[in-house]
Design a protein around this ligand. Structure first.
Ligand code: CTP
Ligand code: CA
Length: 226
């Protein structure tokens, strides 16, 4: 089906979607980041918008341009900024999707001036960031659907299932790092869906656009029509 043939099944639905990495400042010129490109989340945003949903995309630093009348982009840098922006959009959302690679830790203090090179060793103390998905999972509105991701290198299934439960997700997308060509900085992903009701769905190695289409189909099976 072409863009124009696509059924606008999601018209009237509002989505909160996090995507991309976060940058955690060390000093005015340095930060701790990660290799997330934002590709997977942005592909989901387009898929949803093409089907008529209004998407509030809370996007960490990403080079990918986003331009669609139904996608509102809120650019953020740190995990804490991402959380604040999410808090402004989660109440009105029918669907929340947490696709961002949020930094788990952030520097305890940010140096106000550029740190000068002196000692042979320096220690950077980090403190835990807020878990955006878990925090919003605790205040989930009735009927609201939450979808999360799990990126694992070991005990994939156990870890994915514990994220499903602990973060109050309706579905978790397990990103398998075992297969080459999957995950960060790649155009393809190997994923498995785990649903709250115990169902699961294994997908083949697919392009991120194809994975996005499957995710949106799964979301529609969880969402009551308007
Ligand atoms: N997540 C989030 N806020 C955080 C950390 C994670 O919203 N501070 C979300 C991610 O967007 C993803 C899910 O939680 O949807 C799982 O992220 P992941 O990094 O796999 O799990 P963590 O709970 O952070 O545990 P760990 O990194 O130890 O595996
Ligand atoms: Ca993490």
């Amino acid at each position: 089906v072409s863009f124009f043939d696509k059924k606008k099944d999601l018209t009237g639905k509002e989505v909160l979607l996090t995507a991309g990495p976060t940058n955690e400042a060390i000093d005015p010129v340095r930060f701790i980041g990660n290799h997330s490109s934002g590709k997977m989340g942005i592909a989901i945003a387009y898929e949803l918008a093409e089907q008529g949903a209004l998407v509030n995309l809370i996007l960490g630093p990403s080079h990918i341009p986003v331009d669609h009348p139904l996608i509102k982009v809120f650019k953020v840098s740190s995990a804490s900024e991402m959380y604040q922006s999410c808090q402004q959009h989660h109440l009105s959302a029918d669907i929340c999707i947490f696709a961002a690679a949020v930094a788990d830790y952030t520097p305890e203090t940010v140096a106000t001036e550029k740190i000068k090179k002196s000692e042979d060793e320096i220690i950077l103390k980090l403190k835990k960031n807020v878990d955006i998905a878990a925090s919003l999972g605790k205040v989930k509105a009735p009927g609201q659907i939450h979808i999360g991701f799990a990126l694992e290198t070991q005990n994939e299934e156990i870890n994915a299932l514990s994220k499903l439960k602990n973060k109050n997700f309706d579905m978790v997308v397990l990103n398998s790092m075992r297969d080459s060509g999957a995950g960060f900085q790649h155009d393809t992903n190997k994923v498995t869906f785990y649903f709250k009701n115990g169902d699961r769905q294994n997908l083949a190695l697919l392009s991120k656009k194809e994975v996005a289409a499957h995710i949106v189909t799964a979301i529609k099976s969880l969402t009551p029509p308007n």
